[in-house]
Design a protein around this ligand. Sequence first.
Ligand code: GLU
Length: 494
Amino acid sequence: MTVRTRVAPSPTGDPHVGTAYIALFNRCFAQQHGGQFILRIEDTDQSRSTDQSEQMILDSLKWLGLTWDEGPDVGGPHGPYRQSERKGMYRQYAEELIEKGHAFKCYRTSEELDALRAGLKESGENRALKPQDLELSADDQVKREAEGVPYVIRMRVPVDGRCEIQDMLRGTVELDWALVDAQILLKSDGMPTYHLANIVDDHLMEITHVIRGEEWLNSAPKHKLLYEYFGWDMPALCHMPLLRNPDKSKLSKRKNPTSILFYQRMGYLPEALVNYLGRMGWSMPDESEKFSLLQMQDAFDIQRVSLGGPVFDVEKLSWLNGQWLRDQSDEQFLDSLLGWAYNRDYAMKIIPHLRQRVETLSEVADKAAFCFNGMPAINEASFGHKQYGTDDIKVWLQYLLWTYEARNDWNRDGLFADAKAIADALEVKIKDFLFPVFIAIAGTSASFSVVDSMEIIGSDISRARIRHAIEVLGGVSKKQMKKLEKAYRDLPVG
Ligand code: GLU
């Protein structure tokens, strides 16, 4: 048997360090067994998937050196490797299950589903919706079919009992069938859900080992059942522990930057980031802290993964990055700097905005410093404004952050339009509204246009700086956050 593993990210947003983490372990496992590592793009959620996000995932995994043997860009014998390009092939599998009696068409409306769920809650039954709840009488079924009411295809699942899952790290895991719903396999628009597409593709792509995040463990019973329904061998399953914030909560961008691009822009070396991810729940046999991807692959043993939630701690990553930088020669260090941001391409983004504002070249470094630095050195006093206090300013920045988190196209005009829409909705002059944004981004209001600055430094650093500014202004408490979320939803923007 040739070992074949895959990473299967959904291209919905910034490339996540969790994707790199899972890719790293899949790659090491495949390499260690002389097998192949595949990249598959799971873009069945067409409303959330973007080409830009896919490109960023590919670029950042390559930057980390986590390259693949088969994938959407390099092709391979089991392509296409993008689920949207495979969408024609999933329906037949859903229909095959209907024919075999393992799936059914469900004509329930969302109101009916809500009512069914409310009914379960009321009766105190702690269980998921089952085929028995969802199926209509034969007459109703015929009627809705004749009316052309949209339907989804759902799988049949047992009502109760236990499901045993073999996990490479956990051994036998027992899960309760009562909590497993009659999962939708094919949506009313004809697109498969993750569960159907994932199983069909893993089978067709001859994946032998599914190494994925722990958050998918609860889906394993459905997947096991689907393999049984189709009569296919199931790949071995391995659920990796979730990365955590230092407070042990699930790694989230509210508490920790999660985008690979953030770490790239902050000047971490790809070798150091891969090394750090390799230490998330795993260690070298000799416990050495600094190791390369090659060294990790050579020494790899998945059984050395420990299940205690590994903490992704930026301070420890910085320490490790420092070790990598110190071990470089002067030449290598220079190459890293040039590759990172001290180069012609990046300088040419800054120069058009700067050259009109200096009298001598010696002023440039100071004025451009914020385009290279991490977080600006600011404090609450930096935000002092003649008219508005820090409480107002904090709210503006939080609204702006939410808008910018939702923005895919990171360009100056869009960034300005977002800011203007919020300022108008709050009845604040745009000049006043942008003042704290200048401070957050450039550390001073005497810089060139802040929307140009944000376009230059990029979405990750810009968002991180706005987040940092909110913290500098005292942060937003949980209670206040709830209120703000509501007020933000009610704002007449967008
Ligand atoms: N598309 C899923 C994700 O984004 C893949 C999960 C899996 O590996 O099965 O994480």
